[in-house]
Write a protein of this length. Structure first.
Lengths: 285, 171
């Protein structure tokens, strides 16, 4: 032991420790920008992750149905129940029609928003330490992705880029407790903040908070982004209200929202690299 | 380059490549996932290397494993690298001076390192911010992930021992 304490090896390890500490301080200082060391390591790891994700997806698609027969049977039962539920909902024709119009609006979002610039990306990594479905994509600054860019799929909003390197970016989903998205009810126009909740995130749900007590939000309503703050574009679909309750402090209401996107299973995403009204856009022009 | 140096270089090439492969496997979406829990593979592998190779080599591979963990997750870059470096130096020294190098002791050391790194990660990333119901993360994700990763130490220990025996440093 004494030998080690006076050895050159210990000095090398201490120097390495100091370097790592310096990189950590820089990472804290610069926020979501990847450090030089991180970028260097990712040059090797990102192509490997990309290849592995592609192989995993291929195997999953080709063999998955054979390997998961129990899961498919259960899913079939679930779909039957959902079908029954949807049939019952058809009775309320006017409401369904209204929701349908909202979906139509979303599907045509690109046509309606020619200012959107997209970069498509593939999910290449999910960290074992991730608790809220965050993931890594195969596009970074070289692909035009920047910090805080919104990430979507055809179904709706996924989250936001919270760290970006040259050839990768990390995405924090709307399930994360640190996420806050300005939102409103597409039917009643009541506004609130969509945020993550530890207990709800376990079931893949999130929470719409700060709803006024007089709010008319009800189960089945569609929640979309408000565009406030310029981080997310306006009217991106967030999800559907499952239930409404009163906050423990009694001042406001909250709604439990099922995200439109299955955040745990998402494989391909679109990163909105530019849109009208984006924060900082005016300064850039 | 003499034969001893060649064996040394080949062994460390194998270690480094294995580390990258394990990192790729641990981050591949859906792979090894059980009830929403995925194992951490690079940290137990670095612990196995530290136990078999000693504190210096162990410390270096600990730093590499930590860097990879930081790269994959939404942690502050360097957090795991610093922790794993220090832990692996301690593991290397413990393997030389305190415990016998066996599967049981390596699994215990792996448990210790995983507990320390993951619980500190949980504390700084979640608990300290006081989110409502945050202990759910500890019970449903952090502790099961630690248990799953300790189990993964078993094959990794035999693999590391096999690699070490394949490239002996004594003639």
């Amino acid at each position: 032991m004494k030998e080690f304490l006076h050895s050159k090896k210990l000095k090398i390890l201490i120097v390495l420790l100091v370097f790592l500490f310096a990189f950590m301080l820089r990472a804290v200082w610069t926020g979501g920008s990847a450090t030089l060391l991180g970028q260097a390591v990712s040059l090797v790891t990102t192509p490997l992750q990309k290849a592995s994700a592609a192989v995993s997806r291929f195997v999953d698609e080709k063999l998955g149905s054979h390997l998961r027969i129990d899961e498919i049977l259960a899913e079939n039962e679930q779909l039957k129940a959902e079908n029954q539920q949807l049939t019952e909902q058809l009775v309320d024709y006017e409401r369904v029609l209204l929701e349908n119009e909202h979906y139509q609006e979303f599907l045509g979002i690109k046509e309606e928003n020619p200012d959107f610039d997209f970069t498509s990306a593939m999910v290449i990594g999910r960290d074992p330490g991730s608790r809220f479905g965050s993931f890594t994509i195969d596009q970074g600054t070289l692909g035009g992705v920047a910090l805080h860019d919104p990430v979507i799929t055809a179904e709706g909003l996924v989250g936001m880029v919270t760290e970006v390197g040259a050839n990768y970016a990390k995405v924090t989903t709307i399930l994360d407790v640190a996420s806050s998205v300005g939102a409103y009810d597409a039917r009643t126009r009541d506004t609130g903040i969509l945020t993550g909740d530890v207990a709800l995130a376990e079931e893949g749900l999130c929470k719409l908070t700060y709803l006024e007590k007089t709010s008319g939000v009800t189960a089945g309503d569609l929640i979309v982004t408000s565009g406030e703050g310029g981080i997310y574009p306006k009217e991106l679909v967030l999800g559907e209200v499952l239930e409404v309750g009163q906050e423990s402090h009694g001042i406001s209401l909250y709604a439990v929202v099922r995200p439109a996107v299955d955040l745990g299973q998402v494989k391909d995403v679109l990163v909105i690299t530019s849109f009208y009204g984006q924060a900082g856009e005016a300064e850039n022009e | 380059m003499n034969e001893k140096s060649l064996r040394f270089a080949l062994k460390h090439l194998c270690y480094a490549v294995s580390m990258l492969v394990l990192f790729t496997l641990q981050t591949t979406p859906g792979l090894f996932e059980l009830w929403g829990v995925k194992p951490i593979l690079v940290v137990p592998f670095a612990v196995c290397i530290a136990a078999l190779e000693g504190e210096f080599i162990g410390g270096l591979y600990g730093a590499l494993a930590g860097l990879l963990c930081d790269l994959a997750g939404s942690w502050v870059f360097g957090f795991h690298a610093i922790l794993c470096l220090c832990c692996n130096v301690a593991v290397g020294l413990a393997a030389i001076y305190l415990v016998r190098r066996s599967l049981g002791s390596v699994m215990l050391l792996s448990l210790g390192v995983l507990l320390l790194t993951q619980l500190l990660g949980y504390f700084f990333h979640y608990a300290i911010w006081g989110y409502e119901g945050v202990s759910l993360i500890l019970w449903r994700h952090t502790l099961p992930a630690i248990a799953y990763s300790v189990l993964a130490t078993l094959p990794l220990y035999y693999y590391t021992a096999w690699l070490e025996a394949k490239f002996p440093q004594q003639d």
